[in-house]
Write a protein that binds this ligand. Structure first.
Ligand SMILES: O=C(O)CCC(=O)C(=O)O
Length: 494
């Protein structure tokens, strides 16, 4: 089946791109881009590739043979994805080598594609690559390095590390392996880097995504190159795709909510991360809200006979989407606290008299983060979310909590790198003592989180003798944060 291609994806030299430019041009605008020149020093590009540019399969079976990985059977559909099987890396490599001897003839059915290998978590000592700065404001993985996103009381095991570990993956597949049409988990951003091989990507912008769904917006086209039923997907013909061929050592940025289908044009190894931050947090929340409403509608007819209907909806939401409202709320609450700690520690070292416009990019970045979380907490409140009895999230002991201290340190290190600033020493305990009162850290509902953010920024402003100055900035940072603030103060609020 022919699809309509309306354009391609811009390719630019990543070495010449500042964080600020990347944020303004791609994160904020939610536009895809291919970046070159960012993988020069990667160990993976040396160890995992043979002299003739092919995957060094022997390296994998020598060093990682016993790892258990998930492998997709590219020729077998299972619901909305390909069938997955578990095997060891050495089994996967053996299968690949056997298949390549047969030159793939008639092998489409058995073509295997290793996906979602949590390589970094499994081999933390072997530094295969470093995440480029432009992709490093990654709240999802920073959080998961320290906390779990969802604790299912039925299946929760303290040491079950790999299953809910992170969103940093290795993919390996022979020529012809592919990934069906989808948008990414949580509507996160993703980046994908070709260590070797080439990929063809087909993208559909969010404004056209309804065109690949059926009339009820329930089922999505699986393979855009197969015969797509016009009766089932009446809009499909109108979709206009962007196409991109990603070469070896190129990285592609996939924005939130863009549907994409991917084909390996050669034997390929790639690394990819999913992530979100202040720019696309609203995508994550919007998806959760939509999936929650769907989960609720789906079981509406048993509402009256159900002891705790809301709890059941949340459980189904977590099972389908990967987190529930409370998981998300805990996540944004902990992040807010970590950001407040960073902001206070940063400003305490700043000249109190300096005008707000001359604050460092890091300070503005942190304020922007708080504004984004605050907006979502307000939306959660107006949607009446978490009004039931979910218990109290008590953050008052966080100053002494190793996981929280590590989250703060990781976040601080990230912004120091992104904005190329000197690293600072800071005491989380001191911030708690000077700034925060116990009762403001007992958070039950979205309005408490808004109160906490407002309270913190008022206190921070007051320490500078500038009553409420930050609060008004927070209120102002409505969706078009960059333009508004630049117009106001000649500084980028990113
Ligand atoms: O490389 C692939 O096959 C799929 C990758 C993908 O869909 C992604 O990174 O979002």
């Amino acid at each position: 089946m022919d699809i309509k291609i309306g354009g391609s994806i811009q390719k630019i030299n990543g070495k010449e791109l500042s964080y600020r430019d990347f944020a303004e041009r791609y994160l904020a605008k939610n536009e895809p881009v291919v970046l070159t020149g960012l993988m020069d020093d990667w160990q993976a590009c040396k160890d995992w590739v043979t002299h003739d540019g092919k995957p060094n399969l022997r390296f994998f079976s020598t060093h990682f043979a016993k790892s258990k990985v998930e492998v997709a059977e590219c020729g077998t559909r299972e619901l909305t994805d390909q069938k997955r099987v578990e095997m060891s890396v050495s089994e996967f490599v053996d299968h690949w080598l056997e298949d390549s001897m047969d030159n793939h003839v008639g092998k489409e059915k058995s073509l295997l594609y290793l996906k979602d290998w949590h390589f970094v978590k499994e081999y933390p000592e072997y530094v295969a690559y470093t995440t480029p700065l432009v992709f490093s404001d990654d709240w999802l993985n920073l959080y998961l390095d320290n906390y779990r996103m969802h604790k299912d009381p039925d299946t929760y095991q303290e040491n079950n590390e790999i299953c809910c570990s992170d969103y940093r993956f290795v993919y390996m597949g022979a020529k012809g392996s592919w990934t069906p049409l989808h948008a990414d988990v949580f509507r996160s951003y993703s980046w994908s880097a070709n260590v070797c091989g080439r990929k063809k990507w087909l993208f559909l912008p969010p404004s056209q995504c309804h065109l690949v769904f059926d009339r009820n917006m329930r089922s999505c086209v699986y393979n855009i190159f197969e015969d797509v039923s016009e009766t089932k997907f009446p809009g499909f013909d109108k979709a206009i795709w962007l196409e991109c061929t990603q070469e070896e050592n190129e990285m592609i940025f996939v924005p939130s909510g863009w549907y994409h289908q991917v084909h390996n044009l050669e034997d390929t190894i790639s690394i990819n991360h999913n992530w979100f931050n202040a720019y696309n947090l609203s995508w994550v929340w919007d998806l959760l809200l939509k999936d929650y409403k769907e989960a609720r509608d789906y079981i509406e007819d048993i509402k009256d006979i159900c002891d705790d209907f809301e709890n059941l909806c949340q459980r189904n939401l977590a099972a389908n989407t990967g987190m529930d409202f409370y998981d998300f709320f805990i996540f944004i609450s902990r992040f807010s606290l970590a950001i407040v700690v960073q902001l206070y520690s940063l400003l305490i070292n700043t000249n109190f008299e300096s005008p707000i416009q001359s604050w460092s990019p890091t300070a503005w970045h942190l304020v922007f983060n708080l504004a984004s979380i605050r907006r979502i907490a307000l939306n959660m409140k107006s949607e009446g979310c978490l009004t039931g009895n979910y218990g109290i999230l008590d953050l008052s002991e966080s100053w002494d909590n190793p996981q929280f201290l590590k989250l703060c340190a990781d976040l601080g290190r990230t912004y120091t790198m992104i904005h190329d600033q000197e690293s600072r020493r800071f005491s989380v305990k001191e911030v708690f003592m000077v700034l925060l009162e116990e009762n403001i850290l007992r958070i039950c509902a979205p309005e408490d989180l808004v109160k906490f953010i407002d309270f913190s920024v008022v206190k921070i402003s007051a320490s500078f003798g500038k009553e409420n100055i930050l609060l008004s900035v927070l209120d102002d940072t409505q969706p078009h944060v960059n333009c508004e603030c630049e117009a106001k103060g000649d500084h980028a609020l990113y």
